[in-house]
Write a protein of this length. Structure first.
Length: 212
């Protein structure tokens, strides 16, 4: 099964995509995570991507497409995968279609959250080096310094700073949201899920939609 999770930054795509991928036994492929890793390793790609990501802009299509096509060619992706954060532009969606044919996907899950809630979530979001995600209003946010799951220090992603969040939302609206119409035109199955509420219930809604 080739699935895409689509939604604005802060919609909870990453958390949900990871859980659903675990349930379905297919890899969770998150281009944002891959790029952050490239930045922290200081690779050529990372050096090119770093400043762009800090501004909340998109890394050029050719770089991201090459990275993604390479990743989906790995053995673990033969039976499918969940894409999180790719495609983000029509050109990226077309590259996926060229690679897999027939729209490129079996279904898209669109996680719907309004902008006010997005800003609240992102400005309070903190992460640890192993990718565990917190919110400052979360009861687990005890000392605010170390991850309660792995002990790694907790920090705020630079692209989560308030000034950058606004840009990321604009980029989403202008370049990524048109993918909903793109996949609608392709006849790709779309499941629109309300992304506000208890994370377990949201996972259950997604699993129910995918089983239909
Ligand atoms: P994310 O973790 O998905 O919010 O991605 C973080 C940042 O990585 C984005 O704001 C972009 O700068 C970059 N990025 C991730 N995926 C893509 C993509 N498919 N195309 C272009 N840039 C991307």
């Amino acid at each position: 099964m080739r699935l895409l999770f689509l939604g604005p930054p802060g919609a909870g795509k990453g958390t949900q995509a990871k859980r659903v991928a675990g349930n379905l036994g297919i890899p969770h492929i998150a281009t944002g995570d891959m790029l952050r890793q490239a930045v922290s390793e200081g690779t050529d790609l990372g050096l090119k991507a770093r400043a762009i990501m800090e501004r909340g802009d998109l890394v050029p299509d050719d770089l991201v497409i090459a990275m993604l096509l390479d990743r989906v060619a790995h053995d673990d992706a033969t039976d499918g995968f969940i894409l999180d954060g790719f495609p983000r532009t029509i050109a990226q969606a077309e590259a996926l279609e060229d690679r897999f044919g027939d729209g490129g996907l079996d279904a898209a899950v669109v996680i719907d959250v309004d902008s006010e809630e997005i800003v609240r979530r992102i400005s309070g979001r903190r992460v640890c080096g192993n990718g565990h995600v917190f919110h400052v209003d979360d009861p687990r946010w005890v000392d605010g310094e170390k991850c309660d799951q792995c002990g790694e220090p907790i920090y705020q992603r630079e692209d989560d700073y308030a000034s950058t969040v606004r840009n990321r939302l604009n980029v989403y609206r202008d370049l990524t949201e048109p993918l909903i119409a793109f996949y609608g035109d392709q006849g790709t199955t779309m499941h629109v899920i309300d992304g506000v509420g208890d994370p377990d219930s949201i996972t259950e809604s997604i699993m129910t939609a995918l089983r239909q």
